[in-house]
Every structure is written in structure tokens, then in C-alpha cells.
Design a protein around this ligand. Structure first.
Ligand SMILES: [Cu+2]
Length: 118
């Protein structure tokens, strides 16, 4: 009975078919991504399909965000307040992200790619 209830709860935490979900303790690794005008560093990460990773966003200057439309995520980060984006991709492919918060002249060039491999 307890297991059934827990399973339902975990299922409810999954936000969409792409695998965005609330933070859980099954994260296999944390990838720290620094964000500043006008780039994400690293700007590309590789994740295995079905792997739960925590993308820890750290702003080094102003408020930015990481928008990942395929994961229904737009997470804002301000300096001094790192944020965690936990995803479990359920499909292989390249998923594009970008800064979703206007931060200056180079805002439109702030791209981020998640490569999901088998
Ligand atoms: Cu920005």
C-alpha cells in the first residue's frame, strides 16, 4: 500500500512527457552551468536518456534564465541564488535552450543545448 501511494506521488511530480520533474533524490549527477552576459558555460551538456541530472545554474552577473521549451521549463537565476533544474529526458535528440530573460545586447545569442544519447 505504501509503495502504491509513493508511486502515484512520484508520477504526479512528473511534469510532462519530456521528463521535467520536481527535485528528487535519484539525481545521478549535478552539472554546474555558469551564466553570464552573454553565454552559458558550458553551453552544451550530454545526458543519457532516462538519466536524472541536476543542472545547477549559477549567475555571475545579472538575472538570466534557462528556458527549455521541450521540458516546459523557464528557470530564472539571479546572482547569489543558484537554482537547480532537474530533468530526466525520455527521448534522444538535441534539445535547444536559451536565456529567457532579457539581459542586454547579446541576450539573443545565449544558447544552451542538451544532447540526449541512448
Ligand atoms: Cu541572459
Amino acid at each position: 500500500m505504501w509503495k502504491v501511494t509513493t508511486g502515484v506521488l512520484l508520477a504526479a511530480l512528473i511534469l510532462g512527457p519530456s521528463g521535467a520533474r520536481a527535485k528528487t533524490d535519484d539525481v545521478s549527477r549535478t552539472i554546474e552551468v555558469h551564466v553570464k552576459r552573454f553565454a552559458f558555460s558550458p553551453s552544451e551538456v550530454v545526458v543519457k536518456k532516462g538519466e536524472t541530472v541536476d543542472i545547477r545554474l549559477v549567475s555571475e552577473d545579472v538575472t538570466h534564465s534557462l528556458a527549455l521549451p521541450d521540458f516546459n521549463i523557464n528557470k530564472e537565476i539571479s546572482k547569489g541564488h543558484p537554482e537547480d533544474v532537474v530533468i530526466t529526458p525520455q527521448a534522444t535528440g538535441d534539445f535547444q535552450g536559451q536565456c529567457g530573460r532579457f539581459c542586454g545586447s547579446g541576450h539573443g545569442t545565449m544558447k544552451f543545448t542538451i544532447h540526449v544519447t541512448e
